[in-house]
Design a protein around this ligand. Structure first.
Ligand code: TRP
Length: 376
């Protein structure tokens, strides 16, 4: 009997138990293999845990941009955040990694805030809402410590003057039926939704336009964004620029279980926001984090916990950077030495420390925004 995992991964929806192996075949993306990791280790002088733990697990053309880097043709980074609300823990994952790449390779970063996207795709959001969330989300990005001299924010409605011309060049080369089949849009989709992917393509080559020559581009992103770049890679190539390369990560699971991804909807009680205080984080983890512990303490001591399904443990694989500590937590939990409640306590401590530092940096970011916004 063949059991087919049921899941959906599109830029607008992630549901079910994602089979990442199968997703690679479906999307036509390559596994980030040991050879590539070895190359990064040599060039960057080490590996971020997101790489060694395969949280970033797939790519397109990553080897090519590393070749170019070796030939003194450095890539620029491009990533983004569509402002639909506050930032949560899952959003931070690709950004933390992007910051590591910026430092390790000493490269420029272009960061897009497509306020148009969430306005078009979320019935409830006005343009005023998405503008307001852009301001909030920028603070979270700045708080991660990106180098202001090498980081350039693009806000679609604000930078429309330089972006729209380039979006037109993209849009002319993509048909309605391509957009429908790539994103699962129907005839009921509004006009803006059909056009939007052209705007998301722009930062992949705008720096080349501005520089007057083709620059290699590397896009770190969560794997659900791949359909955008699958469509636009060829188009960017046809416009005479390097096809953008990408490196792609898994989703932070929701607290309640290991399928899907942490919900960004404002009414989700189990989402941990970057602005949550200690009490709130503790309450959410204790109440909602799916446990791999056993029914009774006695059973737990005898049989041991199951780290592979325990969400507190899964979160530590994202946020506990120390491999030795993580291994010990894993082994002690699996051996029944640590109880589920204790494991949650370890996670809460980790998150509270991390978020405390983030929130301080976030406050300090308020008067730094101007130095990150792109000005021609
Ligand atoms: N569409 C992304 C989102 O929903 C935002 C985004 C724009 C993005 N450009 C990007 C994400 C490039 C990753 C890489 O959040």
């Amino acid at each position: 009997m063949v059991l087919l995992a049921r899941y959906v991964v599109t830029p607008w929806e992630v549901e079910g138990d994602v089979d990442y192996k199968r997703l690679m075949t479906e999307f036509g993306i390559q596994e980030l293999d040991d050879r590539l990791l070895e190359r990064i280790r040599r060039q960057a002088g080490g590996l971020h845990p997101f790489l060694s733990r395969r949280i970033f697990f797939a790519h397109r053309d990553f080897g090519r941009v590393l070749d170019q880097y070796d030939q003194r043709d450095p890539f620029f980074l491009y990533t983004g955040r569509a402002p639909s609300g506050h930032t949560h823990l899952g959003h931070l994952v690709p950004w933390i990694f992007t910051k590591w790449l910026q430092d390790a390779y000493g490269v420029e970063l272009w960061f897009q805030f497509p306020d148009d996207e969430k306005f078009l795709f979320k019935e409830r959001l006005t343009l005023e809402d998405t503008n307001r969330f852009t301001e909030e989300n920028m603070l979270d990005v700045i708080a991660l410590g990106f180098d202001p001299k090498r980081t350039h924010f693009l806000i679609d409605t604000r930078h429309a003057g330089i972006m729209y011309r380039e979006a037109l060049r993209v849009a002319k080369r993509i048909t309605f039926s391509q957009v429908k089949s790539s994103f699962g849009l129907t005839n009921e989709a509004n006009l803006g939704q059909v056009f939007y992917t052209a705007m998301q393509a722009v930062p992949a080559f705008l720096p080349s336009v501005l520089a007057g020559k083709s620059l290699p581009c590397l896009i770190p992103h969560a794997v659900d964004q791949d359909p955008h770049f699958r469509l636009s890679r060829d188009v960017v190539g046809k416009l005479g620029y390097d096809k953008p390369a990408s490196i792609q990560c898994r989703f932070l699971p929701p607290l309640e279980g290991t399928s899907g991804k942490m919900s960004a909807s404002a009414d989700s009680l189990a989402t941990i926001w970057t602005v949550d205080d200690e009490r709130t984080v503790r309450k959410k983890v204790n109440k909602y984090a799916f446990s791999g512990g056993r029914d009774t303490v006695e059973d737990h001591r005898r049989l041991g916990g199951r780290p592979e399904v325990d969400v507190a443990y899964q979160y530590l694989t994202f946020f506990e950077e120390d491999d030795t500590k993580l291994r010990k937590i894993h082994d002690d939990y699996a051996a029944g030495k640590i109880l589920s409640g204790e494991l949650k306590g370890i996670l809460v401590e980790k998150l509270v420390g991390m978020l405390g530092r983030h929130q301080d940096a976030r406050e300090k970011a308020r008067n730094k925004v101007d130095s990150y916004l792109y000005t021609p």
